[in-house]
Design a protein around this ligand. Structure first.
Ligand SMILES: [Cu+2]
Length: 112
């Protein structure tokens, strides 16, 4: 009789396991959506477009391991927008980037 109830107990734990893991996974995802951690990195690249109206610049940049990026061409928001002052398409720059979720901002520009 005792052995039998031990088996039932073990089966109950096994059955509850996946549900428990699933609810923990949901909580983790919820946390990620609320406040994704910001990542910071430094990149090198060439400016391919500047839009002062929307405060955006497009950079063909090399890999930035600190934020997990391969080389690519992409648009960034300039924060502050005054970073764009004096920059030109075709210019080579070093830059600081802040990545939060899917948003990427250039926070500093260093003409090379
Ligand atoms: Cu990129």
């Amino acid at each position: 009789m005792r052995a039998y109830s031990t088996v039932i107990f073990a089966v109950a734990i096994l059955a509850a396991g996946p549900a428990l893991a699933q609810s923990m996974g949901k909580d983790m995802k919820g946390m990620g959506m609320k406040a994704p951690a910001a990542k910071f990195g430094k990149g090198m690249g060439v400016i391919t477009a500047i839009d002062t109206r929307t405060a955006r610049l497009t950079i063909k940049h090399g890999p930035i391991p600190a934020v997990g990026w391969p080389a690519m061409t992409m648009a960034f928001k300039a924060d502050p927008p005054t970073l764009l002052k004096g920059l030109k398409v075709g210019q080579k720059i070093g830059f600081d980037v802040k990545v939060q979720g899917t948003a990427a901002e250039v926070t500093a520009v260093r003409p090379q």
